[in-house]
Design a protein around this ligand. Sequence first.
Ligand code: NAI
Ligand code: ISE
Length: 340
Amino acid sequence: MSTIAQLGVAVIGIGKMGADHVRRIEEVISGARVAAVADPDRDRAAAAAARIEGCTVHTDPVAAMAAPGVGAVLIASPGPAHEAALLAALERDLPVLCEKPLTPDAEAALRVLAAERKLGRRRIQVGFMRRYDAEYIQLARLLADGDLGRPLMLHCRHRNLSVHPYFTNEMLINDSVSHEFDAARWLLGEEITAVRVYRPTPASVTDTGLSDPQFVVFETDGGVVVDVEIFVNSGFGYQVQAEAVCAHGTARIGEAHGLLTNTAGRWGGAIAPDFITRFADAYDREVQDWVDAARRDEVTGPGVWDGYAAVAACAAGIEAQRTGRRVPVEMIERPAFYGR
Ligand SMILES: NC(=O)C1=CN([C@@H]2O[C@H](COP(=O)(O)OP(=O)(O)OC[C@H]3O[C@@H](n4cnc5c(N)ncnc54)[C@H](O)[C@@H]3O)[C@@H](O)[C@H]2O)C=CC1
Ligand SMILES: O=C1[C@@H](O)[C@H](O)[C@@H](O)[C@H](O)[C@H]1O
């Protein structure tokens, strides 16, 4: 097996996540360098490239993919821009790490799936970083061991300090709850079959009409019921918690992260401000794994099928959010190409 000496990565979209991934590739992980960056905001892209020798700056993602030294693509643009970038990367047969959501709707996800199948080999990994988080991995192993018995329910809480002002109700599902859809599929090894969304009297409604918080309930084909409190402008910090209720016990992650203090008649600790802090280790492991696999010409992380399954659940979630009804998830049969 041959291994590429060092992977030259084109990073597409240099916002909050893209800039953090540029730093990670340059300063944290091994085996890769940032060879090109692209953002419609040229100054933003130039600022990220400023201290990186040989890194070219582009406003057009396709030009970045064609730049000298580029052998892989990391997509961190907003969801609606993912399909075009994914198809362009597949046309060049480049390995890709694409931030979630794969796409904002199921039709676009199926076009990406068809393009990868036509290429004839898996090239795309989707950025479901919770699969690389130490606590999630512990929970996954515990459930797989079976000591607690059959999982019956998952209770999840997903709170952000705040989100971008452009965040919408659809993004609450596509960008935020997509993590719980993927985590539940991965933890349980089951597909999601139906989604319902409750909208309590909101704490806030933003200019985009985002009503916050919301409560999402979904079912799996193994009969597990999952509930998710999603509260994206909570104003107090970033919390991602999950509790599995099984036939012979329960298991909980995400309760307290980091230092706990006892002083002056009080105990307490800090809450992470955002995902960049809370999931720093998970992103590092995710990107390192992706680079290592890409250098061997492989994809080992969550792929297009996982991205599509989450998008299909999101589509049902958005319809459920709009109508207040229980909406079944519509999915195609899993192609043999994507294994089991
Ligand atoms: N895995 C995770 O935990 C997280 C994933 N994300 C995902 O990362 C992506 C980016 O999110 P943020 O960094 O928070 O957004 P952001 O708004 O901070 O950054 C997006 C950047 O993409 C640029 N952009 C817009 N259209 C573009 C296009 N067509 N081509 C290239 N660049 C374009 C914008 O100018 C901006 O600089 C989204 O898909 C989001 O869901 C975001 C936060 C955490
Ligand atoms: O992926 C993410 C963001 O896009 C999303 O906006 C947040 O709600 C999530 O917590 C974060 O992990």
